[in-house]
Design a protein around this ligand. Structure first.
Ligand SMILES: [Ca+2]
Ligand SMILES: [Ca+2]
Length: 506
């Protein structure tokens, strides 16, 4: 009798409250090429990222999050569609697009619903700014954004960042002057220098525009995508950020001379040779750190803007980067590898009244998990296209991690269309390359991935267990669909370098 009366009452309260509670807004922040040097993660010596600390205090830190692919385009398409490269076949950067050519690059993505569109389909107003899908500062109009997935986008959605970034006077100089050998990339894009930015230049106006959106009066809940471009190269930010890092106090990453002897070549050793031949390592590290502090400041402005807006208190915040980054670790620069230094990416999630803010979780996760997670946190259905698994349970309880592994996949130059894969559990990192070469690292004992244990019989069981987690039936690398209406061919400015063919990772 008691239960008979009580059940309908509870149900009706649930129904009433779901009507009474407005849907949470979503602040979706994407940062380009940001690695784990920030203070809430590895805390690189001397780094100054107070606003990432502030975000960590008001969210759950996913300290074991990994990109789906270690390059901008495939990583971002995977986040925005929830479809992993092993299903879509998009593993690499593919240039020469003007629009969502990825729908034609991958048959699996032809009808995929973009994350922002999914929120629109469920009553949200979707606004976006900056680099969310792939584009570069120096490839104007080469963008894979889908303008139809947003109600509103700042500026030209198919050229969202290139008009914002000026170049310093250094571009007038011969980039090889005074240096041994030839600088990687042209026009100092692989370089660091102070640049004067007006208030309407750089990532600043993207944040200004986002803050305006947060203060716009609307009936609908807001999905706001904010894509910040630094610390992507070139490391050109105002002098004040360089001043935080006097070059004589810059600390280089821990480094082992013989490190690559037991690891597969990433084919970028020549970049590292140019750096060391010319004593540029500390200078470039300084530029990367300065660029991180610049973007940290933009994050702080955005959080201030949210807190001062009518949406404060009812907004989910998710921040992610498209992959990690090397500053000479393993003689590598940038990304395009499968070591943890490349694949580990900052992920922070705050959900009002739900997240255990200030805590961190070792839950292995891949950024394709973000789409279903946001659906669950906002009470939206999860589209069938999603290949990831929600981590909302770890947002609620960071200590309750499960035994899933992360998965990052990439097709290296020279491997044809066959993918290589890297995965992490809470202790180990295992990589299996397309040619069968294996690497295994115990990250609790060897944070720097110096010592490959793949041939150590003591680790045979660990290796077998992790190899058992490799994807089965990973699809082959896709080709550029030159008949796509979004294909515009080789429209890349000379600045990008003749040696980098279209379709090669950059
Ligand atoms: Ca990137
Ligand atoms: Ca090694």
């Amino acid at each position: 009798m008691f239960r008979f009366i009580r059940l309908p009452l509870v149900l009706s309260l649930v129904v009433l409250s779901s009507f009474a509670d407005p849907k949470p807004n979503v602040l979706f922040i994407s940062i380009d090429d940001l690695n784990d040097y920030i203070s809430p993660l590895d805390n690189h010596p001397g780094i100054k990222t107070p606003n990432f600390d502030r975000l960590a205090q008001r969210s759950v830190t996913f300290s074991n999050a990994h990109c789906a692919a270690p390059a901008c385009h495939p990583s971002r398409v995977a986040v925005m569609t929830g479809v992993h490269p092993t299903t879509s076949g998009i593993y690499r950067n593919l240039f020469g697009a003007h629009g969502p050519r990825w729908r034609h690059e991958s048959v699996a993505l032809a009808d995929a619903v973009v994350l922002s569109q999914h929120f629109r389909d469920h009553g949200y107003y979707a606004a976006g700014a900056g680099k969310i899908f792939h584009t570069l500062q120096w490839t104007s109009g080469d963008s894979q954004n889908d303008p139809t997935a947003w109600d509103e986008y700042r500026g030209d959605p198919l050229d969202p960042i290139s008009p914002d970034w000026p170049r310093p006077a250094i571009t007038a100089l011969d980039q090889n002057a005074g240096f041994v050998g030839k600088r990687p990339l042209r026009d100092h894009y692989f370089g660091a220098a102070p640049v004067a930015l007006r208030a309407d230049q750089g990532d600043g106006p993207v944040v200004d525009w986002a803050i305006e959106q947060l203060n716009e009066s609307r009936e609908q809940p807001l999905f706001l995508g904010v894509g910040l471009f630094r610390p992507h190269i070139p490391w050109e930010v105002p002098q004040q950020w360089f001043d935080l890092y006097p070059e004589d106090r810059v600390v280089l990453p821990e480094y082992l001379e013989s490190d690559l002897d037991d690891a597969r070549s990433h084919r970028r050793e020549r970049w590292h040779k140019w750096v060391t031949d010319n004593q540029q390592w500390k200078h470039l590290m300084r530029g990367y750190l300065a660029s991180i502090s610049y973007v940290d400041d933009q994050l702080g402005r955005l959080l201030d803007g949210l807190d001062a807006s009518p949406l404060a208190g009812n907004t989910i915040i998710v921040l992610w980067s498209d992959h990690g980054f090397h500053i000479g670790e393993k003689e590598n620069w940038e990304k395009f590898a499968l070591w943890e230094q490349t694949t580990r990416t900052p992920v922070f999630i705050h959900a009002p009244g739900v997240s255990r803010d200030g805590e961190r979780t070792p839950q292995p996760t891949t950024t394709t998990d973000l789409y279903p997670t946001l659906c669950e946190l906002a009470g939206l259905p999860i589209p069938a296209q999603c290949t990831g698994t929600s981590i909302a349970a770890q947002v609620r309880n960071p200590a309750k991690f499960d035994d899933r592994v992360s998965l990052t996949s990439f097709v290296f130059p020279g491997d044809g269309t066959k993918a290589s894969h890297g995965l992490s559990d809470t202790q180990y990192r295992y990589i299996q390359y397309a040619d069968g070469f294996e690497e295994l690292y115990d990250l609790q004992k060897d944070r720097n991935e110096f010592h490959n244990l793949a041939d150590d019989p003591n680790y045979a069981a660990v290796k077998a267990r992790l190899a058992g987690e490799l994807p089965r039936g990973a699809v082959a690398d896709v080709k550029i669909p030159t008949d796509s209406p979004y294909h515009r061919g080789r429209a890349r400015p000379a600045a990008e370098g003749k040696s980098e063919a279209v379709g090669r990772p950059l």
